[in-house]
Ligand binder design. Sequence first.
Ligand code: NAP
Ligand code: F7E
Length: 342
Amino acid sequence: MRVPTVALITGITGQDGSYLAEQLLDLGHEVHGLIRRSSSFNTARIEHLYVDPHVEGARLKLHYGDLLDSSSLRRLIEEVRPDEVYNLAAQSHVRVSFDMPEYTAATIVQGTTSLLEAIRQSDVRPRFYQAGSSEMFGAVLEPWQDESSPFRPQSPYAAAKVGAHAMVRVYREAYGLFAVNGILFNHESPRRSPTFVTRKITRGIARILAGLDTGLFLGNLEASRDWGYAPEYMEAVRLMLQQDEPDDFVIATGETHSVREFMVETFRLAQLDQERYVHFDPVYLRPAEVESLRGDASKAAERLGWKPRTKFTALVRIMLEADCREVGLDPAKVLLPADEVA
Ligand code: NAP
Ligand code: F7E
């Protein structure tokens, strides 16, 4: 049985941060999250976890800070004295990274370096997790990618993640920090931001079913991704910090599907005619595209005992059902029954 620890999560308000916080709290750990000041609420994904920190026994504590404010990072490391640091914060949108390359690089490369430095300069020695991405593989040469595949980034986001990945290795090798790089392929859920394509599709179709929208505007439908289920990927992330030695791990399902396949499956479940509702909008195209990704997570299976459980069609259903509920529709009444999944 693992002894309760103190964990610090950057990016706790995001999709992954919310699932990771939930899992760590369920396991009895104390969780601290770094949040940004925002003019509107940005804590919707973790509201269900929040207990007034003045209440005795409250184990989730939120702290204002920013990856670009290194003083806030140093203060947090000293105050919280975490056993584990999960660095999930980032400008995480690939298309947006072409519009905001400097900000993207700053949050990812400079932010990660500042956090590593804050740790190195303190007397605290937490285990460190870095949220790396399959986008780092970019213009792939082989149909499968694993920990030894070359990085050929195709966007400012991906290039920045390669920089942060290298920085984590430097701190591991030069200073002996227990610092781990996860290389996670796309992972989705009902908590995925609707600016990413899977959630954009499931949310858009639910809204069409509810009569709230009349169409869905998309870009490149031919790109393929290896899509998994986010909560399972956060289980893998936790396991990475429980190993005897720090190492890097690919986390993926091993299946690849095109955006078109995701769209077709969603329309099939909703029993709607995609020809009537889907429109092309070039604004969603990228100056450079990653055509196809497919991960080989054999090392994670062997060393972490981790395997994905949720397959493509199940993932589509989980997301579409949640989006139907969100707009007040009963999935049982508006979607094809589960046993009719292809
Ligand atoms: P997400 O939903 O976009 O969440 C990003 C988080 O980072 C949010 O909490 C955001 O805060 C925070 N953030 C952004 N800029 C910040 C800054 N300057 N200072 C402090 N916090 C900042 O992303 P996600 O899908 O959960 O992904 C988590 C991490 O994994 C990211 O680093 C992403 O690049 C990486 N990743 C994701 C995937 C995937 O498929 N989901 C795959 C591989 C790697 P606000 O809520 O205030 O915006
Ligand atoms: O795009 C195409 C788009 O934005 C997937 C991030 O979590 O995963 C994510 O990055 C594909 C691309 O995710 C639209 O051109 C078509 O080929 O959902 P996405 P992403 O770029 O793969 C990686 C692993 C990360 O690390 C990132 O942080 O879908 N596509 N039409 C579209 N994409 C969007 N967003 N919107 C469209 O309308």
